[in-house]
Write a protein that binds this ligand. Structure first.
Ligand code: BV8
Length: 249
């Protein structure tokens, strides 16, 4: 991958930015060894469409299959570590006190990297609730039926993630929308910008006059209108961006 060059205007803008929003997607976890969403269907799960696994209807139809898919993903993520891209965003928060880090990811790697504030738009693989009443569930007998049963209402336990066709956590979405509409700079990192409403956020920022910067080795629907496109892997581009912006740090 050729080295990415940083326009001096971007470095200047980042150096003096007050309000920066970063939206991350599965691509920022790729260098940690976690398959991205669209190639997550490797191996055992290749024969299922995402819509057969990541929807409430799929869970109601085949609760054990969906439960096992998420158990497989949890196991896949359990030993993965933040990569230099996650770590660079944790350092960015030290330079930009009002940084808003919004993630579509459910792997918890931004928190592991030390980012002080992480807005999880799509939930977290390691949080659970019951399907029927949304009761938080933290433990269950591993020997019992899968999915486990809610100790409060007997409902089936599911991962606390947002499935396709489900609305996002309203408070997080409202906070993310407000941040996008008033930021100076919006970084879209490692996302295909295909899933809504998250994919609206860079558009809102652009309409409000912010500079939109895309960090992705591949083109996406953003590439055509982003102010700057840094075509490279986040684990290389983000550390280099910080090093060029704050060389003495
Ligand atoms: C909603 C959690 C209101 C679960 C996820 C019809 C009916 C109902 C809804 C819709 C509909 N049509 C459209 C919609 C809306 C739908 C949607 O957007 N569908 C898409 C497919 C068109 N959205 C919803 O349903 C949302 N809810 O709208 O509610 C509503 C309700 C009812 C009816 C109507 C409306 C809920 C969406 C959330 C779904 N949950 N995840 C789980 O993880 O199992 S989505 C999942 O995919 C991710 O969380 C992520 O958000 C999303 C996109 O994935 P990305 O993160 O972008 O990853 P992807 O693999 O796509 O791309 C990776 C990128 O990384 C690539 O570009 C690659 O080039 C790049 N990359 C690779 N390596 C690197 C890299 N970049 C940097 N560095 C690298 N090293």
């Amino acid at each position: 991958m050729p080295a990415v060059s940083f326009p001096p205007s971007l470095l200047e803008r980042l150096r003096h930015a007050d309000r920066v929003v970063v939206l991350t997607g599965a691509g920022i976890s790729a260098e940690s060894g976690i398959p991205t969403f669209r190639d997550a269907q490797t191996g055992l799960w290749a024969r299922y469409a995402l819509e057969e696994l990541a929807t409430p209807q799929a869970f109601q139809r085949q609760p054990q299959l969906v439960w096992e898919w998420y158990a497989w993903r949890r196991a896949l993520c359990a030993d993965k570590q933040p990569n230099p891209g996650h770590l660079a965003l944790a350092r960015l928060a030290q330079h930009i006190p009002q940084l808003q880090l919004i993630t579509q990811n459910v792997d918890g790697l931004h928190q592991k990297a030390g980012s002080p504030q992480v807005m999880e738009l799509h939930g977290n693989l390691n949080r659970f609730k019951c399907f029927e009443q949304q009761h938080p569930v933290t433990s269950w007998a591993e020997t019992g039926p899968m999915p486990p049963r809610c100790p409060r209402c007997g409902g089936q336990v599911r991962p606390d993630v947002v499935w396709f066709g489900e609305t996002l956590p309203q408070a997080a979405l409202a906070q993310a929308t407000a941040a996008a509409q008033r930021c100076d700079l919006f970084l879209s990192v490692g996302t295909s910008a295909l899933v809504y409403p998250a994919a609206w956020l860079p558009q809102l920022a652009h309409q409000a006059g912010a500079w939109v910067v895309e960090i992705n080795p591949n083109p996406t629907p953003l590439t055509a209108w982003a102010d700057v496109t840094l075509a490279g892997p986040a684990g290389q581009v983000l550390p280099a961006l910080l090093a060029h912006t704050w060389p003495a740090a």
